[in-house]
Design a protein. Structure first.
Length: 369
């Protein structure tokens, strides 16, 4: 198994920074979970020879920190090189209207305006278009042509008319641009990150019935190695940690907390968290966003939402496979079929093969009532 890339994500796991352990001993192969549902269990069998998980810095960098590079080995004057500017590139400047987290009434019409800069070498003519990429469309068009040309290095305000959903919650829509040749592009140096609109729509009598992050250390976290500590530290056995301002794979930094659930360092390694019993009511919904943390390019995992009702067998509600593809997945699961039951929910993450970079997150998982 190759050693994974170094994470650049900065995780705050309390106030303790932990170093990676050394290479683990050579145990027997770990058991393979063939069932539809996953809940890690204790075992005396050992797994194949494992390498330690990726190194993750556990202290925040200074506000002006930059990435270090190696010092030159000679004093020769370097030969200047020319970097070709791509044709289609954009940079986010500001939210002109509807800042992230704006509260709107359900069904309220609004206009979202972004200020973007053309950082490419090609002029955006009126055949260029704003296009919906992913998330919540909020009644917006699939595409909308620009109303004027935008020269390289020129800034422009781009607007779209939207409608807040007729339900309570947090909603996020991701948008990109499309060239006159059909090339879809976004912001950042790579040109593949979407810019977005994010709103909240509170409801009358609507509330958070259960917050999984507030109670995450009340859960029993396990891997095939046994019960895991909470909060966890970096370990071959897998670990769980809370991140207050996670940077997601689409390049956005969220102001809501997330659970990082890193599976055991083994092929098809697993981590599960079984939460205390909760009494479900009709209309309850499980809501979260899932994906991989920023700069974890080899991430490839399967998320599962499982449950035990009234002490019965472990069952699966649904599962979702996520890879590092610069997009995230919004989940909303209706739990009404469990109304009147005492339910132990189990959050599970399984590595799809090697656990390289499997920094799987659940952004603000909760049950809304």
């Amino acid at each position: 198994m190759k050693r994974p890339l170094l994470f650049s994500a900065v995780l705050i796991l309390g106030a303790i920074a932990c170093n990676l352990p050394g290479v683990a001993s050579t145990p027997d192969p770990l058991p393979t979970y063939a069932a539809q549902t996953v809940e890690a269990r204790l075992t005396d069998s050992a797994g194949e020879t494992q390498e330690p998980p990726p190194t993750i810095a556990l202290t925040p960098p200074p506000a002006t920190a930059t990435e270090l590079s190696a010092s030159p080995t000679n004093t020769n004057t370097p030969i200047p090189t020319t970097t070709e500017v791509p044709c289609n590139r954009a940079a986010f400047v500001s939210d002109v209207t509807i800042p992230d987290g704006t509260e709107l009434a359900q069904g309220e019409a609004f206009t979202k305006t972004w200020r973007l800069r053309n950082t490419g070498s090609c002029t955006w003519n009126t055949s260029y278009a704003l296009v919906f990429d992913s998330g919540d469309a909020m009644g917006g068009p699939a595409s909308q042509q620009l109303v004027a040309s935008v020269a390289p290095n020129q800034a422009v305000d781009i607007s779209v008319d939207l409608i807040a959903p007729n339900e309570s919650g947090t909603f996020k829509g991701n948008w990109k641009l499309r060239s006159d040749g059909g090339v879809v592009f976004g912001i950042s140096g790579s040109g593949d990150v979407a810019f977005f609109v994010e709103i909240k729509t509170p409801g009358v009598g609507d509330s958070i019935a259960y917050d999984f992050i507030a109670n995450y250390c009340s859960a029993e976290w396990r891997s095939a190695a046994g019960v895991l500590p909470c909060p966890g530290s970096i370990s071959d056995d897998g670990f769980v940690a809370k991140i207050d301002e996670p940077k997601l794979e689409d390049g956005t930094t969220e102001n809501e907390p997330a659970l990082l659930t890193f599976p055991q360092w083994a092929n098809t390694g697993v981590i599960t968290g079984k939460f205390p019993a909760f009494n479900v009511q009709a209309g309850d919904k499980f809501k979260t966003i899932i994906g991989c943390l920023h700069n974890s390019p080899n991430c490839n995992v399967k998320f599962q939402l499982n449950y035990r009702a009234d002490g019965g067998d472990l069952k699966n509600i649904d599962s979702w496979t996520e890879t590092y593809n610069n997009s995230i997945r919004f989940l909303e699961v209706d739990l009404s079929f469990l109304a009147g039951k005492s339910v132990e929910f189990v959050l599970a993450v399984t590595a799809n093969g090697s656990p390289d970079d499997d920094a799987a997150f659940w952004l603000f998982p909760h049950i809304r009532r």
